[in-house]
Design a protein around this ligand. Structure first.
Ligand SMILES: O=C(O)CCC(=O)c1ccccc1C(=O)O
Ligand SMILES: [Mg+2]
Length: 329
């Protein structure tokens, strides 16, 4: 079976600049791909790399798409090299969409479904707050919309300033709220200790700190994960499936953030997660509805510990009408 292959680059501007310890991000670029089979059925996929996270660059992904023929096979898709993880995700999820067309089954294994006779309950999402003091008056509307878990970026401003805002933020959040902090690898060891000490004072509301130290500081994070009540989640350190495996083999039993859109091949990700019962938090890379659907499908299948999904990110973009995809072709 061969598939007709087409692709379209896409750029979307954030409503406000997204600030992380890696810098400011203003435009999310990605590539939408379309496969068409012999029966004229279509499968869509999205390639949404983040090179500062360790995936390929957008240019490398575009080059890969340009060199492909207009007709491709499943074999070509399953042999996309591991140094193009966002391409592996985009192509495999387009193929999966075709394979499951007309088969709208719930991806949750029946034995695990809490409500086997009812429509699937909404998975709960974590809402991404703006960095710095912007968080202080952003969470209320999101709370009204039903979010109960929030994530705030740290390591973007002076630590004293951020600790003061953290104190205000966590005290103002209702008792049933949960807070995640994400340093994007921007702290040093002693700063991370200071953060963890402060988080431990609010352990009933603190869920975890994500990637406190740089990727090279794995041993430091392993050590910190055994010293405080507040849990640590690895993110940049486990961006791809190869990194997930390496962290597990080096003894990481804390939380793993999985961004399916850059992790690599969905079929290999399934294999890994099913083999090792890891505590995974699934997370968005600001993909469109196309990549999001495939990523959420994997999250529904592989999420084990009832963690909120890091997909509460739609408020970072202008709401799109559902006709945008047709405008690409
Ligand atoms: O995980 C979430 O809750 C939101 C998504 C998010 O924070 C993110 C989105 C794009 C790139 C990096 C990150 C990150 O977790 O560091
Ligand atoms: Mg993160």
């Amino acid at each position: 079976m061969t598939y007709k292959f087409e692709f379209r680059p896409l750029a979307r501007k954030f409503l406000r600049s997204l600030t992380t310890s890696h810098g400011n991000w203003d435009i999310r670029e990605s590539i939408i791909i379309r496969l068409i089979d012999d029966a004229a059925r279509m499968g869509f996929g999205e390639i949404a790399p983040i090179s500062w996270f360790g995936s390929e660059t957008l240019t490398q992904a575009l080059d890969f798409c340009h060199q492909l023929p207009q007709e491709i096979t499943a074999k070509e898709i399953f042999t996309i090299p591991d140094d193009l993880p966002a391409c592996q995700f985009g192509f495999e999820s387009a193929l999966e969409e075709l394979a499951t067309k007309g088969n709208n089954q719930c991806p949750m294994p029946h034995a695990q479904c809490p409500m086997p006779n009812a429509p699937c309950p909404m998975p709960h999402y974590s809402a991404l707050l703006p960095a710095k003091q912007g968080a202080l008056n952003a969470w209320q509307n999101l709370w009204e919309e039903g979010y109960r878990t929030f994530k705030w970026k740290i390591g973007v401003d002076a630590i004293a300033q951020e600790l003061a805002i953290f104190d205000l933020l966590i005290r103002s959040l209702p008792d049933t709220a949960k807070l995640r902090l994400d340093a994007n690898g921007g702290l040093n060891y002693s700063e991370a200790q200071l953060w963890l000490e402060n988080c431990d004072k609010f352990s009933e509301k603190m869920e975890f700190i994500e990637q406190p130290l740089a990727v090279a500081e794995f041993a430091g994070m392993l050590q910190l994960s055994q010293m405080y009540k507040t849990a640590i989640a690895l993110d940049e350190s486990v961006a791809t499936i190869a990194q997930l495996k390496a962290a597990y083999q080096q003894g990481w039993r804390g939380i793993f953030v999985i961004k399916p859109a850059i992790a690599g091949s969905p079929s290999k990700l399934r294999q890994f997660c099913r083999q090792y019962n890891i505590d995974a938090v699934f997370s968005s890379v600001f993909e469109t509805a196309i990549g999001r659907k495939a990523a959420l499908q994997l999250a529904a299948e592989l999420s084990q510990h009832n963690r909120a999904l890091g997909f509460g990110t739609n408020h970072w973009f202008e709401q799109q009408e559902d006709t945008w995809l047709e405008s690409l072709w």
